[in-house]
Design a protein around this ligand. Structure first.
Ligand code: F6R
Length: 246
């Protein structure tokens, strides 16, 4: 596991985008695994800037998102479909039929899980999977206690995740309490993983990850089973490691 520590959120975002841009520019076809939430927003802005100012084209890029809330229509402003459309897809030249997210409003969620896993196998695996990390160590929505051999599945969100994500809704009661998420095994199929973390609220999780103790109560520790993981973080997210080292 490599770790790249940037001064701040802006340089972390630029660095992550530069890694993705370099892959797109040097390959015929790129498959990206994508995350939502606050952390990758700056990276998406930097990718859009690359498209607008350097002519980077996403016409031969395919995307597979990690997760979606159950019960939110794609038109709901807090759905991850809406997020991706608003923060990235509508601002670059990616053909929309090359973008995939799990459908959180499918009639049969178990069929949807199988369908999405099949898509991951047919379109992917991602050349680069972007991950954020929950304060409790979740990746995708694989909450503490998740099975490391899990594929795409429905999950009950942990109370701490509902609380953390309440900032996007009017009240915590509006946060859907279930999501459909790629499993840890699905994530580990990716060829390369970039885990982004920014801010002091992620410092504990980053420190715990760097302890290299594999524990299903800390889902991100499953990444130690993957041969090519890079943490792209900022100083604040690194701060607990730094303070331990004096
Ligand atoms: C989102 C996702 C989550 C987030 C994590 C961190 O698609 O899979 O694992 O990456 O909850 O969220 P932020 O970046 O909002 O702190």
């Amino acid at each position: 596991m490599n770790i790249l520590v940037n001064d701040d959120y802006a340089s972390m975002s630029q660095q992550a985008a530069a890694i993705i841009e370099a892959h797109i520019c040097n390959h015929e076809r790129t498959v990206l695994g994508l995350a939502t939430g606050s952390t990758p927003l700056g990276m998406y802005e930097a990718l859009i800037e690359g498209h607008q100012t350097r002519g980077v084209s996403f016409k031969r890029t395919f995307t597979l998102n990690l997760d979606e809330y159950i019960g939110l229509q794609p038109s709901h402003p807090q759905s991850y479909h809406y997020y991706m459309q608003h923060h990235l897809f509508s601002k670059i030249d990616i053909p929309l039929h090359q973008t995939y997210l799990p459908n959180g409003t499918a009639q049969s969620l178990s069929d949807e899980c199988s369908r999405y896993e099949q898509i991951i196998d047919e379109v992917g695996p991602p050349d680069i999977q972007v991950l954020g990390i929950g304060e409790n160590g979740h990746i995708g929505f694989n909450e503490p206690g998740s099975d490391f051999s899990g594929t795409t599945h429905v999950i009950d969100l942990a109370p701490s995740t509902l609380k953390a994500n309440a900032r996007f809704f009017h009240t915590v009661d509006e946060v859907p309490n279930k999501a459909i998420t790629m499993g840890i095994q699905s994530i580990l199929k990716s060829k390369r993983i970039l885990l982004l973390a920014s801010g002091e609220n992620k410092a504990w999780a980053v420190k715990k990850l760097m302890e290299k103790i594999i524990d299903d109560q800390f889902p991100a520790s499953a990444l130690h089973h993957h041969p090519d993981v890079t943490l792209v973080i900022d100083q604040k997210a690194y701060s607990q490691i730094q303070s331990d080292r004096g």
